[in-house]
Design a protein around this ligand. Structure first.
Ligand SMILES: Cc1cc2nc3c(=O)[nH]c(=O)nc-3n(C[C@H](O)[C@H](O)[C@H](O)COP(=O)(O)OP(=O)(O)OC[C@H]3O[C@@H](n4cnc5c(N)ncnc54)[C@H](O)[C@@H]3O)c2cc1C
Length: 458
């Protein structure tokens, strides 16, 4: 940071993908904003293993100057003539069958280990950005002057001019924003309804996740199709999507082809929108492997091989944040999962957090944005990112149900099987359309041009 007085202070709650990315964007485009990141844990870590980013996210990485480093830790889909993902109908014990393959390299994601990605961002974080560990934000309060006081679980406080909650699914920033709004928000909002937005709801989806060494898999199942693209280059990964009724498996290699990342996904529509049974400490927990094996007992051998080799799967009860009436109030904003945690069936949640961070960071860093302009900058961010993130969340849920044979097919004839060739073709079309919606969404670099135009209009 330059020696001159900063134009304002930004506090970011949460050093996850969204929070760290935001700090990096602000620091890249402005040298006179003081940035403090407050992280609840005693280290910058990230839960889970593999993560995928679509080309739109990679374009942001390019703008930020971290693209080459991200590419260095990524595996990529095969060239155009090799489809990936390959979708199979797999809940047939003796062996399933190929449903279709998507030849869409232009829209297909790069995959990597989450921690590798976090390290890339950390390496680009300027030293002037202070990351404070073991600082669990509990709440915040705004003074009449606009200054914000952050209260931490260790009973300490800090002050800031702008607060961004990037504190994930169970965001305290979101909770505090809506608890406050429920007391003070003027019409047209109905105050009595606002406190319900503090909470999340269970999506009905549970996901068992694990990593398996590829050499172990290939010793056990030498011709496993997931290896078929690996002979070209270990940075090429084929995605296999093994679909069944109420469940699916998805797997792809990461770590230069050394590890297979898989997710075993189950869906119970009766539980969608309910409170998850048991304490929230059980939302992510290690589970006995047998539990997962029993759920996929009817699966074909290529899917069962992943599960057989799993050592300690962890089960994630997937919770979502529904559509919120707003993401910003005054000089406070929420981004990423705090604002729009969705099901992971499009592999786009972290990408959406990065898009938020990109746009918000650029708006805050813009020379035209003085402290008095921050509420307007935040409103511009919300106006552009919110509809996109909500569409991704809807499409992701739709996608999951399409994988799992849970969407209605109005064209199904009496007596026709939902897996007849014609019905599968209709389902394929819907799947491709749902996935294409992400590709067709406005490019993040165009979004920035639009945001800057709005900022300069004043
Ligand atoms: C099974 C699964 C697979 C997924 N796969 C993909 C994928 O392939 N591609 C993709 O784009 N997305 C994927 N996602 C979604 C993605 O993981 C999330 O959308 C993304 O991690 C959100 O980033 P975030 O920074 O908003 O939140 P988080 O990653 O949750 O980070 C929040 C940070 O805030 C900290 N924190 C929490 N509370 C506090 C507090 N009170 N005070 C201070 N710090 C706090 C946390 O410790 C954490 O460091 C997947 C999600 C799941 C569940």
């Amino acid at each position: 940071m330059s020696n001159t007085q900063p134009k304002f202070r930004v506090a970011i709650c949460g050093a996850g993908i969204g929070g760290l990315f935001l700090a990096t964007v602000i620091a890249k485009f402005s040298s006179n904003i003081k940035i403090d990141v407050y992280e609840a844990h005693d280290a910058v870590t990230t839960a889970g293993a593999g993560i995928s980013f679509r080309p739109r996210t990679m374009r942001i990485a390019k703008e930020l100057g971290i693209y080459d480093d991200v590419v260095a830790v990524s595996t990529f889909p095969p060239e155009r003539d090799t489809p990936s993902p390959i979708f199979r109908v797999s809940d047939i014990k003796e062996g399933g069958y190929e449903w279709f393959g998507e030849k869409a390299r232009d829209s297909a994601p790069a995959s990597m280990h989450r921690m590798d990605f976090v390290r890339v961002i950390q390496n680009h974080l300027p030293k002037s950005c202070n990351v404070h560990l073991q600082k669990r934000v509990q709440s915040y309060a705004e003074a009449d002057s606009g200054e914000i006081t952050i209260h931490f679980a260790d009973r300490t406080t800090a002050t800031t001019d702008v607060l961004v909650g990037a504190d994930g699914l169970r965001s305290k920033t979101r909770r505090c924003m809506f608890e406050t709004a429920a007391k003070v928000e003027p019409p047209p909002f109905d105050r009595s309804q606002l406190s319900k937005y503090t909470d999340t709801s269970y999506s009905g989806y549970s996901i068992y996740r694990d990593l398996i060494p590829m050499n172990k898999l290939l010793a056990h199942y030498p011709d496993h199709p997931v290896k078929s693209a690996m002979y070209i280059l270990t940075t090429i990964a084929l995605v296999l999507q093994l679909c069944g009724k109420g469940k699916h498996l998805v797997g792809y290699t990461i770590n230069g082809g050394a590890m297979l990342n898989f997710a075993a996904v189950t869906y119970d529509p009766a539980l969608e929108g309910t409170d998850y049974p048991g304490p929230d400490t059980r939302w992510v927990e290690d589970r006995p492997k047998q539990e997962m094996l029993d759920l996929f007992d009817d699966y074909e051998p290529m899917g069962r091989a992943w599960l057989d080799l799993s050592a300690t799967p962890s089960r994630w009860a997937i919770h979502v944040v529904g559509k919120l009436p707003f993401w910003t109030r005054g000089r406070v904003a929420i981004i990423g999962d705090a604002a729009h945690a969705a099901t992971p069936h499009l592999g786009a949640g972290a990408g959406a957090a990065i898009e938020d961070a990109w746009l918000l960071g650029r708006l805050l860093a813009h020379p035209r944005t003085a402290l008095a302009d921050v509420p307007r900058a935040l409103a511009i961010f919300e106006g552009i990112c919110k509809p996109n993130a909500e569409r991704v969340a809807d499409k992701s849920m739709e996608n999951g149900k399409l994988y799992d044979f849970y969407t209605e097919d109005p064209l199904l004839q009496p007596g026709e099987d939902e897996r007849s060739p014609a019905a599968l073709e209709r389902r394929r079309e819907k799947l491709v359309n749902a996935r294409q919606a992400i590709v067709d969404a406005e490019d993040p670099l165009k979004q920035w041009e639009r945001a800057e135009g709005l900022l300069l209009q004043a």
